[in-house]
Write a protein that binds this ligand. Structure first.
Ligand SMILES: [Zn+2]
Length: 261
């Protein structure tokens, strides 16, 4: 089970891993905390983002998609008022969100929960909350927890390179210097280059995010890349398993293919 903040995070952060687990015979379930809509959206925009998520999930081979019912808190300085009928994720009681997630974990008898590292990756407030709720739900249910991340050194280098292209602007570099996880602490590094096509196509299913948003030009560039080239850029996915001692190199799989081991 993969727990994410917004529609499209499942593709970018864990798309290759989910496609690989599904291809290896595991049941894959995606849970998003929020609908991914920041501005007071008419119902159509809200449905569109969740429809995009379902299309992405189908590409990745996931069997079920659930939305915990919260609204996107946004990444700007201002936290907007709650939209009608929904609470922004950071305003919700984490215990209530944990109870909703734990119920799905128990119903699915999930063996693994994927969540986010202690920095919520790039420190979006909804991602930080996903980390918190993921930890609480794992404590309550006993499910094995792995937290998606990237090597911090790599993100800072990649970002600096992207600044030269003009596709991103420098004001996020400082956040990245305190984001993600130092390479030495990463416990799992999965080679998902063989699932680059699924990851790219899942990302492309989020059409609304290709038209607007700060990283839209970058994502538009990525999804036009041939799968092998895309795989070079985004063909490895990284996790930290809390409490697991790292000995030597990071592990290359999180669970054996179904029916083995
Ligand atoms: Zn997100």
């Amino acid at each position: 089970m993969a727990f994410h903040a917004h529609p499209d995070d499942e593709a970018l952060a864990t798309g290759g891993t989910l496609a690989r687990l599904a291809a290896e015979g595991h049941r894959v379930v995606i849970v998003v905390a929020t609908d991914g809509v920041v501005r007071d959206a008419p119902g159509a925009a809200l449905r569109a983002r969740l429809d995009e998520l379902r299309a992405s999930a189908a590409v990745l081979g996931a069997s079920r998609v659930e939305h915990l019912g919260y609204a996107d808190s946004g990444h700007g300085a201002e936290l907007y008022p709650d939209p009608p009928g929904r609470t922004r994720f950071v305003r919700a009681d984490p215990r209530e969100a944990t109870a909703r997630l734990a119920e799905i974990i128990r119903a699915e008898q999930a063996s693994i929960l994927l969540s986010y590292d202690v920095n919520g990756g790039y420190r979006h407030r909804d991602h930080l909350r996903v980390h918190e709720v993921g930890r609480l739900a794992a404590q309550q249910t006993g499910v094995r927890l792995l937290e998606a991340t990237l090597p911090r050194e790599l993100t800072v280098r990649a970002y600096t390179a992207l600044e030269w292209t003009g596709l991103v602007s420098g004001h996020n570099r400082q956040a990245l210097q305190h984001g993600f996880t130092p390479r030495a602490e990463i416990t799992h590094r999965l080679d998902v280059r063989g699932y680059a096509r699924q990851k790219r196509d899942a990302l492309a299913a989020h059409g609304s995010q290709l038209r607007k948003g700060r990283v839209a030009p970058l994502v538009r560039l990525l999804i036009r890349l041939p799968a092998p080239v895309f795989g070079l850029a985004l063909g490895r996915e990284y996790f930290i398993e809390p409490g697991a001692a790292r000995t030597g190199k990071p592990s290359r799989q999180i669970i054996p293919p179904a029916g083995q081991g």
